[in-house]
Design a protein around this ligand. Sequence first.
Ligand code: 13P
Length: 253
Amino acid sequence: MRKKIIAGNWKMNVKPSETAALVKAIAEATKDYTNVDIVCCTPAIDVPAAVEACKGTQVKAGAENAHWEAQGAYTGEISTGMLVDAGAEYVIIGHSERRQYFGETDETVNKRARAVIAAGLTAIVCVGETLEEREAGKLNEVIERQMNVGLKDVTAADCAKLVIAYEPVWAIGTGKTATPDQAQEVHALIRATLAKLVGAETAETVRIQYGGSMKPGNAAELLAKKDIDGGLIGGAALKAADFAGIIAAAAQA
Ligand code: 13P
């Protein structure tokens, strides 16, 4: 049995001064759901406030990106060591917005993911196709490439610190959700592809989140699917009641 994991991706939305209140409201609203891993991935500048607010709660703090080098002349980047020092435990890697707007490639996703895992943090590695790719019949090819290159040299042992998020780009922030069957089909492909990389037994232990317009109203039917082990939540992670509604669904799934 894989423990469900619901993570918020705050994107570029919450200020440092607003962070503690949101984390505390989430912790308070979800304190009974002890069978779910709950994570808030915040802008790097919010991480210290999030870590502080998570203390004494079951909510964990995470970041939205990290660089692969330990330190050096990389203006604007954040190292895994900095995130460890600040008390973060998770890092989102390869979000489609990073790929789309900031030149992230499968190769840089791989470097970042391996650095995150080597630092003892948990990497939430995102994969997902655009509508164009899906309509051109390239869904499998795109997912397999993102997995094979993005997770190159990630070992079975590393998988204890790996979560994969399937985020169809056409479902992010659009209000369009993949149907539970559409999502399950891709989650099964992700697990089968992972099995070829690290072995079937290990692949069975890795949590695969769905992301893309997940809400309290559609979370239960998605989370009921065999290979859907959680959610990576954008918009609905910014309101404690909505985020808690999704976590409640995960607790009952
Ligand atoms: P929305 O939940 O706003 O669609 O965003 C999903 C997402 O990108 C999470 O990483």
